[in-house]
Design a protein around this ligand. Structure first.
Ligand code: ZN
Length: 230
């Protein structure tokens, strides 16, 4: 499994030969490691409707024919925008797509889509666990910490967790360290920080909070464009 951080909450993951793109906010993202034209995904997972997560997902799916996976309301919206291959689902459900198991899990956040200054309902916010024969990961989306992250760890045992640490809109370093303790992944990659001044956080603060808890986990701090392979 290869996990490349594209900046903010955007990741490219190669798992079992499938190219997965999560929350592709690339145009307008000052830290984006790739442009929307440089990605060739098979699957695009969208955690919620905010512009910094839905991002370029619709245009990328229309250009590449990739399958967009989202909660029902966002799936309907994507279809209305001309995306052909859509897998709709909802929290707690598992689908098999491209030979991978994709589980949609809860997130504590909001999820409206803003279109031309108008609010469009986007269902509730989500995260994903993706499991293949070569590894598994949990992308938490935007979320506060919640005790049921323990259930995500117990049921799916994700090898890698991508967790937001930027505070203000999501967990900060202290909360994310507790999340690590609840999920018990082997590797944690912090995200959703440093993109804009309001979420400027030093990832070393997260490393220290995890160390304070004495959790047995490898914290992998990536620069946008860098890849973790395992
Ligand atoms: Zn959000």
């Amino acid at each position: 499994m290869k996990v490349t951080w594209l900046g903010h909450a955007a990741f490219e993951v190669e798992l079992d030969g499938v190219n997965i793109l999560v929350d592709p906010f690339l145009s307008g993202n000052p830290k984006a490691a790739k442009s929307p034209d440089e990605v060739e995904p098979d699957l695009v997972l969208v955690t919620h409707g905010h512009g910094d997560h839905l991002g370029d997902a619709i245009d990328i799916c229309k250009r590449t024919g990739a399958t967009l996976v989202a909660i029902y309301e966002i799936a309907v919206y994507a279809q209305s925008q001309g995306v052909e291959n859509v897998e709709e689902m909802n929290i707690g459900g598992t689908i098999e797509v491209e030979g991978l198991e994709v589980v949609q899990v809860p997130a504590l956040h909001s999820s409206e889509i803003v279109e031309d200054g108008e609010i469009v309902a986007g269902g509730t916010p989500t995260g994903y666990v993706v499991m293949g024969s070569d590894g598994s990961f949990y992308h938490a989306g935007d979320t506060g910490v919640f005790k049921d992250m323990e259930i995500i760890g117990e049921l799916y045992e994700p090898e890698v967790a991508m967790l937001p640490i930027g505070s203000r809109f999501t967990m900060g370093p202290k909360e994310a360290a507790l999340a690590v303790e609840l999920i018990e992944p082997e590797v944690v990659i912090p995200m959703h920080y440093g993109t804009f001044p309001p979420i400027e956080v030093d990832p070393e603060d997260f490393v220290k909070e995890v160390e304070k808890r004495g959790v047995d986990v490898e914290v992998v701090v990536l620069e946008p464009g860098e890849t973790w392979e395992g």
